[in-house]
Design a protein around this ligand. Structure first.
Ligand SMILES: Nc1ncnc2c1ncn2[C@@H]1O[C@H](COP(=O)(O)OP(=O)(O)OP(=O)(O)O)[C@@H](O)[C@H]1O
Length: 357
């Protein structure tokens, strides 16, 4: 096990023939505690893979340092090469060697530098199959005889077999369908915990990040916007854009009430989670905070997405240019064109409104 400390790391790709230089990672500082799993979350192109490749040693930072515990691996003197970093890497898909069976794939790293004298490769292969919760009989199967989720578990088993201190996973579930994605994700997180490895998981899927990790690190345009526990990132997002990205939210203009922890907005007076730092505010309403009530403000139903157990209802406040999303139990969902009444449940997060020129 090792902690990972990224300090002030930047990486710019030089100008390509077709465009300008890209600052893919911009002054990122991130601490990943020993034995924990951190999800690196952000939209496509925000620099997630580049950050992972810098930690793996496939890329060298332009500035800043990367350390595993107290051992600086990049940024001071000659960078430590990837093979000497004791890092396991699980790429997106198609990662298995098609000409080797499952045992050959899992034992691949062991057959090289990291094999301990006298260690039994086949015993380790079986241990690894147990760890990733696959039947031992799979050892003799070819990769094409496995499902996508099983293949990703084998890829993890291969990464874990040489007992790396750190495991880096680059969108390992992106090719799997929703149900398989969830079960494979949970199995992978369990295996990492049992192996005691420190993990970094790149994903653009906010529910995957929130449900699997101990810490969520959110990147936007190469910069680290927020790092915290899943609950912190969901309950106290750094800005309204992050609230929309993680969990979804409606942003409504509001005005602080001088007497304390409340604000007025198109939905009436609402309670705030903390004293506001400005008079003009942006109030962030989570879909589960927007509720259909008997005595609220009138809104017209613009769109309904039915998910079974619940439904997302897009609403437009009557006579106002305010759009809202409410999450209601599936069986109670209204239909498009209905006029309903809405209110706000619980305290809402407020941010200073952007200053207009
Ligand atoms: N080798 C490269 N040369 C030039 N630009 C690159 C290179 N690799 C990445 N980039 C650019 O750096 C930025 C960050 O890319 P990166 O792959 O790290 O993003 P990402 O968040 O992992 O995206 P995705 O989720 O789509 O995989 C992008 O604008 C990308 O075009």
């Amino acid at each position: 096990m090792s902690s990972v400390d990224v300090k002030g790391v930047s990486k710019t790709f030089p100008q390509t023939r077709s465009g300008t230089a890209t600052r893919a990672v911009d002054d990122v500082t991130l601490h990943v505690p020993n034995g924990s799993l951190t999800a690196v979350l952000g939209p496509s192109g925000c620099g997630k893979t580049t950050l992972l490749r810098l930690i793996a040693g496939f890329l060298v930072p332009d500035s800043g340092t990367i350390a595993f515990d107290d051992r600086v691996v990049a940024g001071q003197g000659r960078p430590v090469p990837p093979q000497a970093r004791r890092v396991g890497y699980v790429p997106q898909e198609g990662a298995l060697f098609p000409h080797l069976d499952v045992a050959g794939n899992i034992g691949f790293g062991l057959a090289k530098a990291s094999r301990r004298p006298g260690a039994d490769v086949s015993e380790r292969v079986l241990e690894m199959l147990d760890l990733v919760e696959l039947p031992r009989e799979f050892a003799t199967r070819a990769p094409h005889e496995l499902s996508g989720g099983q293949q990703q578990r084998v890829a993890l088993a291969r990464a874990l077999a040489p007992s790396p201190s750190i495991v880096l996973l680059d969108e390992p579930f992106s090719s799997l369908d929703a149900a398989l994605r969830e079960s494979t994700g949970r199995a992978v997180a369990r295996a990492l915990r049992v192996a005691g490895a420190t993990g970094l998981l790149v994903t653009h899927d906010q529910s995957e990040a929130l449900s699997l990790s101990d810490q969520v690190a959110v990147l936007r345009e190469g910069r680290l916007i927020q790092a915290g526990s899943p609950a912190d990132v969901y309950m106290a997002p750094q800005d309204p854009e992050l609230a929309r990205f993680v969990g979804g939210a409606s942003a409504v203009p509001g005005r602080a009430v001088s007497s304390g922890l409340s604000a007025t907005c198109a939905l009436g007076t609402v309670r705030l989670t903390a004293a506001p730092s400005a008079d003009d505010l942006v109030l962030v309403l989570r879909p589960d905070q927007v509720v259909l009530v008997d005595d609220g403000v009138e809104a017209e139903v613009a769109e309904v997405s039915f998910y079974g157990h619940d439904a997302a209802v897009r609403l437009s406040l009557v006579g106002q240019h305010t759009a809202l999303v409410a999450r209601v139990p599936g069986p109670t969902a209204p239909t498009v064109g209905d006029v309903v009444r809405v209110g706000v449940r619980g305290a809402v997060h407020a941010y200073p409104a952007p200053v207009r020129d």
